[in-house]
Design a protein around this ligand. Sequence first.
Ligand SMILES: [Zn+2]
Length: 351
Amino acid sequence: MEQIKKIENVEENFNLNRSTDKNNKSILLKRARAKYFTLGLMFGLVELKSELKKSYWNTYYCASTIEHDGNKLKSKYCKNRWCLVCNRIRTAVNIVKYSDEVKSWGVDKYFVTLTAPTVLGEFLKNTIDERLNVFQKIMRVFENQKIKFIGIRKLECTYRPLTNKFHPHFHCIIKGKVEAELLLSEWLKRYPDADIRGQNVKQCDDNTVMELFKYFTKLISSGYDKNSDNSPGEYKRKIYINALDIVFLSIRGCRTFQSFGFKAKKIDESKIETVQVDEICDKIQYYYWEKELSDWINKETGEFLTGYKPSEAMKGLIDNISNSETISKQYGNDIEEITKQCCNNIVSIVQ
Ligand SMILES: [Zn+2]
């Protein structure tokens, strides 16, 4: 029981000291927000002629019914990578699985970013496969030199709407400075054309580790510099739906998250999916997601499960989901100029 409470608190905000009831309400609210957002995303994705259409529909129905049995709330989850409801759970699972080990490295841990040139959507799948392969080859270099290589690596892919190019890259937490630097130098040997400014080895703390565990938190455009007048306003906080589809197709079947050199803790993931509540019901109650009300409703009693109300900003984000192909058409030859002005802008998509 303690273990479950601990995990739920972790899902909430990684703070283990808050009261359970308050925490669980907060978890439910955040699940409602994740459900609302994911649903908006799926509306866009199912409209595309994608090979993933069926899977997008599965996500559409993820956690659409919640069962209140005893003091537990249960549901069925789609477990797809683009589902924010499932990714919140996945993040909590990762934290429990890996955080004790990573904490035990103390200050001897390094955050390593490995990048290489950006590519057009049509080359993304092959590029990702190749980079994953290169990472495996580097692991073999460590093995051959009998150097213990301990860490976690995560594949992310960002999208740059103005150039319509994708940027798959790795973020890693590595134990030991020498090992972290060796990883980077081996990477650069294989990608001599990689922009050196993109590569990074820096000592990190447990907060950085927590960021790495988060899935899908950066789905939305990171936006232009708010203080810059040169930034075309329409690119602020946007979702480019066809770019997302390209990324999801390209990472299908890929191992985006990998730990190496240590054993992850074994856990029962279903315990993290279940939310405990103080209120105990003697008869099973069902709550159904109502899109218009953005909440799960008990049809017998009319009771709302979470009381979630999407903010105007959230509504705006969903209402303005864009197709990135329209951007190049809109800006035509000015694209290079705009890119220069806003060269740091990227849209982070997926882990
Ligand atoms: Zn899901």
